[in-house]
Design a protein around this ligand. Sequence first.
Ligand SMILES: [Zn+2]
Length: 327
Amino acid sequence: MLYQPGRRREWTTTGGVLYYSYGETRYEAGPGGTVGTLQTDYGYTGQRKNGYLDTYSMGARDYDPRLGRWLSADTIVPNPANSQSLNRYAYVLGNPLKYIDPTGHISDDPHERREAANIIEELSYYGVTIDVDWGWDGETWNEGSWLLGELNLVLQSVKDLAAKISEELDNDLKDWDNFRKVVGPVTIRRERSWAITPDGKRERPARTYGNTITLYNGTFDPYGSTSFDYEGTKGTIVHELGHAWDHNQDREPSNNIGWYTAREKSPTEYGEDRGDNEKWAELVACWVYKSQIDEGRTLGPRHQQYVSLMVHMSYLGACPTHPTQSK
Ligand SMILES: [Zn+2]
């Protein structure tokens, strides 16, 4: 089957595929619980699976999930101070869970650096640039604000939105090509702080200026406890992607939403209260993650139609102009 990244997001984001901690497929189930073949050739951390070789290509070397070790030596010289890292075949210094540990900063560990680089590379296919704040400053390793798990969540969110866009366009292009055409270029940066209002209250979890998104602590810590699979986090990221999309399409999506959806309720109160740009961003988040919809509300037919229209218009580079707008 042709690889379509994120096309079947039930396989990657809402369960169905579980993996042994060392990466071997443990269970595969389709919608409804039927055991089937894996629909994606990517393993649990996003590496391409090498068909019959049953190993995971990791750039310079391959990893065999059954053997629990790399098939070729890491090309990066390990830290001699760590005796475990002298075994260049050890997977994540003998601790596979650390590799997918969502709480860890990106350390000067070759595997963590490589994992972060893999995520950044995959995001670049979608036209999404991560503002890298970790690395060597010449003297010491700077951990930066991003956590590996956070980068992964950004990738998942981008893939989820891209999959919805592809589903709508129903063409033969890759999800990332459709995403680039419709949403346009996006930069995402991480600030390890809370966004504070002038009167000292915690503000929005994230913010978007132009097509640059800043994710604050509130994106990943919505209720004061760190959670990396909380759909609200992905909803926030997709909401911000909606703002960037709006910006890249010259604000046509938000300019027209009030007129097109008329008095049909916004899917969330937040969108209703904050004006048309928030209405649009909330629509995008709710379109991708239905559970984001406030209790008792639905994504009405006009909102559904509007987001479909904007996908096609953005794709064609032909967003409509508001009838009353002089442009
Ligand atoms: Zn917003």
